[in-house]
Design a protein around this ligand. Sequence first.
Ligand code: KG4
Length: 364
Amino acid sequence: MKHPKIILGIDTSCDDTSVGVTHERRVLANIISSQDELHAPWGGVVPNLARRAHEANFPAVYAAALDQAGITETDIEAIAVTKGHGLAIALEVGIEQAKQLARRLNIPLMAIHHSEGHFMANFAQDESGARAPIDPEQIIFPALAILVAGGQTQLVQVNEFGHYEVIGETVDDAIGEAFDKGARLLGLGYPGGAELAQTAEQGNPQAFQLPRPMRQSGNLNVSYAGLKTALLRLVRELQAKAQANIDSQSEPAELSQTVIADLCASFQAAAVETLTYKVELALEQFGYQQVFLGGGVAANQLLKESLSEITKKHGAELIFPYTTQLCRDNAAMIAVTGWLKADENEFVTNLDELDRDPQWTLPS
Ligand code: KG4
């Protein structure tokens, strides 16, 4: 079988319905239908709502992807779909659609690990091929991949393509989850990571002291649950102080915009430093020459700047996807991964047996 060039990627692993099209590594389309508004009232993703929304949105997202790529169904040569990790009932929708298409179009199907997709997004090129962070031949193994998202915080050693080793991870909340919970506490939107980061621009990161846990843990793991609790305590203290300064007994005192901006800046500084401290330890211990970034929190400017500083200090290079659209959950990264992995032994041989794997760990 010849190596397919036009790949359709599908990702329904959490709360974004996404279909992407690539020609080899070039992204022709990357449509993402976000469900943020749907889940906002609950302050988190509600799995059965996510599933129903994926089912309802898929046909339009698929049609939009073909349209943006300027292709018809018969041009698709292979399909790559996220098999895990993720929410089981959300993953099922993408897998079912992928199977139906593979059968109808009589083309091969590949099952992709979502985290491998975030790493491989670094090899995606824009449509013209001009913008591309790195070519696969330029990778220097072992490399370090930092995966930072709403549901994930991992330091992964990439030993070879397809062979990974998790060397550090969160022991509780993910960094994106911490940003979202912090934002919620401060009355910002959902998911609030981007808004918290934006508000932090007006604040002083040294205004409040927040914890940087697990520095002495002797390993590369991080923890974010304590940061959220410390912020909650601080907000309550500040509200109580503000209350004491006003006469009204009934309404809880509101924090000023300046205090909120300082809280955001202090919170962001703690969240970023917690991670960069462990990344620096990893660089010292293993001497990586390349550090790859992936996941929605890779959009955070302070994180990028801090990682860039420490990688430079250790003579390493920081690499991240050419657009933030390829950092967040998206299907073009799944298609690129499919293209990079597409040889016959990566194709699913029996479609009936393909099932979602919500806890799928990266292959070692
Ligand atoms: O990878 P992603 O799209 O999906 C999940 O794993 O959920 O990442 C979304 C996460 C959310 O937690 C969001 O708040 C966070 O990425 N995020 C940010 C920023 N932009 C998105 N966190 C901090 N700073 C940002 N600029």
